[in-house]
Design a protein around this ligand. Structure first.
Ligand SMILES: Nc1ncnc2c1ncn2[C@@H]1O[C@H](COP(=O)(O)OP(=O)(O)OP(=O)(O)O)[C@@H](O)[C@H]1O
Ligand SMILES: [Mg+2]
Length: 380
């Protein structure tokens, strides 16, 4: 469980008074007889993420490992394995690709190794993002989310820490959603437990009331992320998780223009963010695809995903098994392409229309009018 997230109390199962988990202590160990941990990338409340060498495939992967003391909790193990199984079902360019997962001695999830930084680090480094960049990143988040929702999965913990900007610095990133640790069913199943699951700053009102939430709950979290990306901070500040949860449940999210009046120059974008952050789920864009399309059209010009970066150059053994290629359908961005096509068609129609009108005017001016007397001649 990431820092700041609220969920089932599996964290309580650690040995009392035990020293905190030292991620470096696992470096050099081999997990599942195959993955040699070579570098520590990040740690959360339940797991740590490492760079590992997949000795069988001779390539580098990212390996998420359940903290060893949590392996004694059946609930923690069940949830971790569930995360691996859920993430493996989703095959989309904008969702981190899970290659393997298991619990042989250590609970692990092997993933494609991403290069770059999380959106959280990006915001910490660069502050608020320009509207076009915000839209470009979030359109990709929506594309990945739509793929998850189509598989019946609600992420339930969308926040900048769980959005990775994959690619080398200076190049346009490919956005990857990570961490399906608290994911549930897209139609609300698997969770009206009365327990609040998620991270308070990004929690939908439904989640704040202890409901599982459906796809529109993720739409709300994307709205709050948009707010944070444009303004540089989340819409609500509170001195405790409890009061933050109460605010998410009841307080309307203020307009981004209250914190950034200059954003009034982008009224459509301001409107989309407000709709995504609506307290009532039925007032939000109904799907991630709908939100993505609204965002893509909100700046008055095509803001599609930036040029994809090449995948990291894993060394594959000659003739060795390779991961299945992604389908064109999975990487397509229908909302944006359709928007672009419509804009091009509209411009073409305008040009053709103007051409026809001026030709007609010219002909009209040059052609002698039947029965026209001198007084009926066109005047200039
Ligand atoms: N495939 C990956 N490649 C590179 N870095 C990754 C990858 N997956 C995750 N990370 C990094 O590790 C961080 C933590 O990952 P993740 O969110 O999955 O774990 P967590 O929040 O610790 O999870 P949990 O809630 O299970 O404790 C991410 O913010 C990201 O910076
Ligand atoms: Mg996380």
């Amino acid at each position: 469980m990431p820092d700041g997230a609220v969920s089932l109390p599996v964290e309580d199962v650690g040995p009392e008074g035990a020293p905190p988990f030292q991620p470096d202590s696992l470096l050099g160990t081999v997990v599942a007889g195959r993955y040699r941990l070579s570098g520590h990338l990040a740690s959360g409340g339940m797991a740590a993420v490492y760079v590992a060498e997949d000795t069988r495939e001779r390539r580098e992967v990212a390996l998420k490992v359940l903290q060893p003391h949590l392996a004694r909790s059946a609930e923690a193990v069940r949830r971790f394995l569930c995360e691996g199984a859920i993430a493996r079902m989703i095959d989309h360019e904008n969702v981190v690709r899970v290659l393997d997962h298991g619990s042989e001695g250590t609970c692990f999830i092997a993933m494609e190794l991403l290069e770059g930084e999380s959106l959280f680090d990006r915001l910490r480094r660069a502050g608020p993002l320009p509207p076009a960049e915000t839209v470009s990143i979030l359109v990709q988040v929506c594309n990945g989310l739509e793929a998850a929702h189509r598989q019946g999965v609600v992420h339930r913990d969308l926040k900048p820490e769980n959005v990775f900007l994959h690619g080398r610095r200076g190049a346009s990133p490919v956005v990857k959603i990570v961490d399906f640790g608290v994911a549930g069913g897209a139609h609300g199943e698997g969770g009206d437990t009365g327990l609040v699951v998620g991270t308070p700053e990004y929690l939908s009102p439904e989640q704040a009331y202890g409901k599982a939430g459906d796809a529109r709950s993720d739409v709300y979290s994307v709205g709050v992320m948009a707010w944070r990306m444009l303004v540089g901070r989340a819409p609500f500040t509170a001195d405790s998780a409890d009061s933050m949860i109460r605010m998410q449940a009841r307080e309307p999210v203020p307009s981004v223009t209250s914190a950034r009046p200059d954003l009034a120059a982008h009224p459509e974008l301001v409107g989309v963010v407000a709709r995504a952050c609506a307290k009532n789920p039925s007032r939000r864009p109904p799907t991630a695809a709908a939100l993505g399309a609204e965002l893509a059209g909100s700046l008055g010009r095509a803001v599609g995903p930036p040029t994809p970066m090449p995948r990291p150059s894993f060394q594959r053994p000659p003739g060795g098994p390779v991961a299945p290629p992604r389908t064109a359908a999975a990487t397509a961005t229908p909302g944006v392409d359709r928007g672009q096509r419509l804009r091009i068609l509209a411009v073409l129609a305008l040009v053709v229309g103007l051409g026809v009108a001026s030709a007609a005017l010219l002909l009209h001016e040059r052609a002698p009018l039947p029965d026209a007397g001198p007084q009926a001649a066109p005047t200039r």
